[in-house]
Design a protein around this ligand. Structure first.
Ligand SMILES: Nc1ncnc2c1ncn2[C@@H]1O[C@H](COP(=O)(O)OP(=O)(O)O)[C@@H](O)[C@H]1O
Ligand SMILES: O=P(O)(O)OC[C@H](O)CO
Length: 497
């Protein structure tokens, strides 16, 4: 009987279930989009129950489409949108509020207050992160402070906090497991990435009771099993967990110090493996835990871009300029340039290297001759400029020269974007055969724990190239186009609504 690894990839806009075979190939996928809630400007929320039910539906769908029985699943890997915060009632297992999504700015005020108290360095020195609404800690505080009765319940030990991995495992295990892994814990602003512990001082500042936090585990081990009524009668080992960006780093087989990848999903995330040594950034990069595997933890440097593929979604859903995301490529290719138009998609502020949570989106360089094609092209180009901002910071901080960039995520199907990216960075951009690298990373983590794959060397040998985009633009031209972007960002940041 052939067996498979099931990877559950719970992203910002959709839940996915993907079956992988022993060659690391995708056997079948299932995907369900779910509702995004924008209750106030800058706020983004999800319904945690819908995240769970859409995940369950994907499991059923992928098994049915692949004609695979539940007992052919050797293990499950979980990977997830990180930082997004769920708090649920211990007794009922019901969330007490909407999940606050990583993109949400609703804890801006809390961050400002903590900064005014001079606590930026306290958080940064222990967590490798910044006092920005992006991370979970202030989201937990917000829910405890703002949801009726939440604080009292938390103090009585009646609530549980989790990022999406914890929430899904809690549900899949029938409420038995309350766990997370190093990579997810390192995004909460409450976890000390040097001591590998929930940090008492930070918990105290945020007034978060420690007993509502999940137990932090390595990223690859058998944590528990699915409860049979949620998995067609089978108790399948849940054996891998990683936040989606770290999972993609693993799925791209970036196992050696200095290897990195960039993902173009809802947001954009460039991560570089820095090995067992954490590197502290001077250019707004985050120091984060990559994973805990083989009895040791490894660190990564990360540049986070809040709006990447979601700018294309905005063209489709918000502006209705395009009918589908791939159409953006056709339109962009119809014009030779944007003729000086720049779109700065700072819809929820700017992440690395600016960390300006009050900045908002802007468009520059419009003329009477500006067409939809120019506008769409400028939006696509913004994904590449933001990546260059981050890549330059990474080179400065790590001292490692960028020789090429491995890419993945929804928007890498766009050949125009990939070519423009290579032109901006002036290095080759490598797109792998398996674009589902996030899911693959979680599958590898689970597979290693149960002996489906023997070691990282076996995994690294499975990485295969689809296309290399070699630089075509002259360096001088690339520099001058990029300088226009830098001016546009500067100008956008001046305007504070
Ligand atoms: N051909 C394309 N060109 C540009 N962007 C695309 C294309 N296809 C998908 N996208 C964008 O990729 C994003 C989805 O990527 P995905 O990796 O699935 O995201 P997530 O995991 O964050 O939900 C969407 O925002 C979508 O607009
Ligand atoms: O849903 P994605 O793929 O855009 O990833 C979201 C990140 O994990 C946020 O930190």
């Amino acid at each position: 009987m052939e067996t498979f690894i099931l990877s559950l990839d719970q992203g910002t806009t959709s839940s996915r279930a993907i079956l992988f075979n022993h060659d690391g190939g995708v056997v079948e996928t299932a995907q369900k989009e779910f509702q995004q809630y924008f209750p106030k400007p800058g706020w983004v929320e999800h319904d945690a129950n819908e995240i769970w039910t859409s995940t369950l539906a994907c499991i059923a769908d992928v098994l049915r489409k692949a004609e695979v029985e539940a007992n052919q699943i050797a293990g499950i890997g979980i990977t997830n949108q990180r930082e997004t915060t769920v708090i649920w009632d211990k007794k009922t297992g019901r969330p007490i509020n909407k999940a606050i999504v990583w993109q949400s700015r609703q804890t801006q005020q809390i961050c400002n207050e903590l900064r005014e108290q001079g606590l930026q360095d306290t958080f940064r020195n222990k967590t490798g992160l910044l006092l920005d609404p992006y991370f979970s800690g202030t989201k937990v505080k917000w829910i405890l402070d703002n949801v009726d009765g939440a604080r009292e319940k938390a103090d009585k030990g009646e609530l549980m906090f989790g990022t999406i991995d914890s929430w899904l495992i809690y549900k899949l295990s029938g409420g038995k497991e309350h766990i997370t892994d190093y990579s997810n814990a390192s995004r909460t602003l409450m976890y000390n990435i040097y001591d590998l512990k929930w940090d008492e001082e930070l918990l105290d500042i945020l007034k978060v009771p420690k007993d509502m936090l999940p137990e932090v585990k390595p990223s690859s081990e058998i944590y528990g099993h699915t409860v049979d009524y949620h998995f067609f009668g089978e108790q399948v080992p849940i054996a891998g967990i990683a936040g989606d960006q770290q999972a993609a780093l693993f799925g791209q087989a970036c196992f050696e110090k200095g290897m990195g990848k960039n993902t173009y999903g809802t947001g954009g995330f460039l991560l570089m493996n820095t090995g067992e040594e954490p590197v502290v950034s001077e250019h707004g990069l985050l120091t984060t835990l990559a994973w805990g595997v083989d009895g040791k933890v490894e660190y990564a440097l990360e540049g986070s871009i809040f709006v990447s593929g979601s700018a294309i979604l905005w063209l489709r859903e918000g502006l209705r300029m395009i009918d589908s995301s791939p159409q953006s490529e056709d339109l962009a290719k119809k014009v030779a340039s944007t003729e000086g138009v720049y779109v700065v998609p700072a819809f929820v502020g700017l992440g690395t290297p600016y960390w300006d949570s009050e900045a908002r989106g802007a468009v520059f360089g419009l003329t009477r001759g500006t067409s939809k094609e120019h506008f769409v092209r400028a939006t696509l180009e913004s994904l590449a400029y933001q990546t260059k901002d981050v890549a330059d910071a990474m080179v400065e901080d790590s001292g490692i020269e960028l020789k090429k960039l491995r890419v993945d995520g929804g928007a890498v199907k766009n050949d125009f974007l990939m070519q423009f990216q290579s032109d901006m960075l002036q290095v080759p951009v490598e797109r792998p055969k398996v674009n589902e690298t996030t899911a693959l990373g979680a599958a590898y983590l689970a597979g290693l724990a149960i002996g489906f794959w023997d070691n990282k060397e076996e995994i690294a040998a499975q990485w295969e190239m689809d296309t290399v985009f070699e630089t075509q633009m002259e360096e001088a031209k690339s520099i001058s186009i990029y300088e226009g972007w830098q001016k546009a960002v500067e100008a956008a940041r001046v305007f504070k609504p």
